[in-house]
Design a protein around this ligand. Sequence first.
Ligand SMILES: [Mn+2]
Length: 305
Amino acid sequence: MTSHISLIGVPTDIGAGARGASMGPEALRVAGLAAVLESHGLQVADRGNLSGPSNPWLPPAEGYRHLPEVVAWNNALHAAVHDELALGRLPIVLGGDHCLGIGSISAVARHCRESGKRLRVLWLDAHADFNTATLTPSGNIHGMPVAVLCGHGPAALTGIGGQTPAIAPEVVRQIGIRSVDAGEKRFVHQAGLEVFDMRYIDEMGMRHTMETALTGLDDDTHLHVSFDVDFLDPEIAPGVGTTVPGGPTYREAQLCMEMIADTGRLASLDVMELNPALDVRNRTAELAVDLIESLFGKSTLMRKK
Ligand SMILES: [Mn+2]
């Protein structure tokens, strides 16, 4: 893993159903993200925030809310992430709502094609984010990024990065899922996504879940983590727009992050949906930073490596 990290702020809530995720990047900075990473010997360059259209807060048009604006933000993010990867750096995307996974992961996939790497995406989320315009009543595009990346959605989004679909469903492992719409559920099964939902984690434990989700990685694998903060139980992480009870506890989330760190394969990261307007004294941002620290190798255990 490279020790050169680039922070990319993407201050928008353009794909969300609640305002406020646009303040996520600054809350993560205020919670000390750069300093925490530097304390582990990493070199951190904060690239500042991308800019893009403001949020017009309109109802859906032909099944999508704010599609032109979502396209603009994701094109900008795609270019920024691809540039950092081309420089051999590890981009951390500070969202912003999860529609930005489209720009980020399409860039990672393009980089993998260009560099001959295999891709594995871990999607940590309460939601499958596999909706389409016909399946979702809200039209909020933050519920659609995985479907778009797999080629289902408007061409202006599915084509970002020059290949449709940007990724195959087989590269994705979804973890922590506990809220899926009925039509979306059928579509997830049809597409063949591998989902480790909360029932699975309850029955099998986080250790077995992560061992299974991480099997088959090798030296040529680029591991991307898309971390939606609503993955976490709302008792510990209230600062998100779409809380769902029954998520991973603090210890389960730490174990998840530590086992990813143990692979040594992490090569890009999204931190999405943090909503400071709904947070309590920035505690969700501080928790996110704490977990990111584990993702980059802080061990809370006494065990010798
Ligand atoms: Mn999400």
